[in-house]
Design a protein around this ligand. Structure first.
Ligand code: FES
Ligand SMILES: [Fe+2]
Length: 454
């Protein structure tokens, strides 16, 4: 990695070599060292609630069948037939007791075990010649879940998911655990953008600064109630464990008043009070911050926002939650997966309106989405050229020349990690520091074999 060491050194001081947003060599390293070892979100348990339910999801080029077996266990199995390598499951989701390979017809139970081979006796000499019992679709090297969110890692030696998340789990709960029943997901909508995967992850992690400029029209047309988009700078930016995010500052009030302010009905507020820890509630009730966008390294982002959903001048807002994944297709292209998430116990009318709020803002045709992607595509296409190799982008917002912060971190903040108020690129730098740490460490040999790249 000697030729890249200057790139990593620049990234670590907040000066970003522009070409990292569109560079085949960097992407080759990311494939091995970022996506080859991190925990990556694959699906939510609510997407496969019953035995036999499955969804097919990708990590880069690797396709996985995420299926709930008859025993109730959710597994992630590499979607490649043990015979000649055909994709065993070609549907995106469904319910099946077995998967039959379309090529020659080997069939597998929904827990991955090989159960049937056409002409087993004639072609293989039956069980004596080829024992089915020892054969199963290759499992994901590591699988773990948190609050129903299923993650896999391609590194069999990955640390436990909870260790990986670290203190970010505190913040993940605001999105994934609003009541004892947890959340349910709808979607994902999927589409491709000609943008590098890191840009979305960085933006959601901490770019409050773009809102007044990029999304000014959303405020102008009245979709958003917050008096001015510039209100964002009064929110706190936090970084904890392997993730970080943005918050909005709420008007004065207690827990219930502030939850009501963003549109939660009383019954959901009561359940949230029973579910969240004292510290989680204090972040809203005493600190006055409501979580908004966030990213978990490397490529999962979350968003919580509360637009106006009623027509006319009515000031009523309603909150929505979305999970989104920036799934790299190449150095200059990303598949976006966007899920709508909602408290499973929420009233049906709330779910309906919350879904509408999501679609208006962050579905594939959402207004925030449209605004954002225009920027990211432009960055990616320009980053491919030769001049981008000479340019260091300034990502030092919030730092003085001597690396001291423009304003010190918050002394009193109920959440873990470090939080700042005001504009700053603390989180983008933290995310790219994790990226640099990954890039500089080659994978161990065993993990590389799993990746099939040695
Ligand atoms: S490739 Fe699957 S049965 Fe032959
Ligand atoms: Fe945005």
């Amino acid at each position: 990695m000697t030729d890249q060491s200057q790139v990593l050194a620049d990234v670590r001081r907040g000066m970003i070599p522009a070409h990292i947003y569109h560079d085949e060599e960097i992407f080759r390293l990311e494939r091995e060292r970022v996506f080859g070892r991190s925990w990556m979100f694959l699906a939510h348990e609510s997407e496969v609630p019953h035995p036999g339910d499955y969804v097919v999801r990708r990590v880069l080029d690797d396709s996985f069948i995420v299926a709930r077996g008859e025993d109730g266990t959710v597994r992630a199995m590499f979607n490649m037939c043990l015979h000649r390598g055909m994709q065993v499951c070609r549907a995106e989701l469904g319910n099946a007791s077995h998967f039959r390979c379309p090529y020659h017809g080997w069939s597998y139970r929904n827990d991955g075990r090989l159960i049937g081979l056409p002409f087993h006796r004639e072609a293989y000499g039956g069980e004596a010649g080829f024992r089915r019992a020892d054969q199963a679709l290759l499992p994901a090297p590591a699988l773990d879940s948190y609050r129903g969110l299923i993650f896999i890692s391609l590194d069999p030696d990955a640390p436990p998911l909870l260790d990986y998340l670290g203190d970010f789990a505190f913040y993940l709960d605001f999105y994934a655990n609003q009541s004892p029943g947890g959340i349910e997901l709808a979607g994902p909508q999927r589409w491709r953008i000609k943008a590098n995967w890191k840009i979305g992850a960085e933006n959601f992690a901490g770019d409050s600064y773009h809102t007044p400029q990029t999304h000014s029209s959303v405020v102008e047309i009245g979709l958003f109630r917050e008096p001015k988009a510039s209100k964002r700078k009064e929110g706190a930016l936090y970084w904890a464990g392997r993730g970080g995010g943005t918050t909005y500052k709420l008007p004065p009030g207690g827990f219930a008043e502030r939850m009501r302010y963003v549109g939660y009905p009383d019954e959901m507020i009561t359940r949230a009070r029973e579910t969240w820890t004292d510290a989680q509630q204090r972040m809203i009730a005493e600190d006055g911050f409501m979580i908004s966008a966030a990213s978990l390294f490397p490529n999962l982002s979350l968003v919580h926002n509360w637009p106006k959903v009623a027509d006319g001048s009515d000031d009523e807002v309603l909150p929505f939650i979305s999970l989104r994944q920036w799934q790299p297709v190449g150095a200059g292209e990303t598949e976006v997966l966007s899920w709508f998430a909602v408290d499973a116990g929420a009233p049906e009318e709330f779910k309906r309106l919350s879904y509408k709020a999501y679609l208006m803002c962050f579905g594939s045709t959402g207004m925030f989405e449209q605004d954002d992607v225009e920027n990211w595509v432009s960055i990616t296409s320009t980053a491919a050229g030769s001049m981008a190799r000479r340019l260091l982008l300034n990502s030092r917002m919030g730092l003085l020349h001597d690396d001291k912060p423009v304003t010190p971190p918050l002394a009193h903040f109920s959440g873990p990690g470090t939080a700042y108020v005001g504009y700053g690129e603390y989180n983008q730098r933290a995310l790219l520091r994790l990226w640099a740490d990954c890039l500089e460490r080659p994978l161990n040999r065993a993990a590389r074999v799993e990746l099939g790249s040695s």
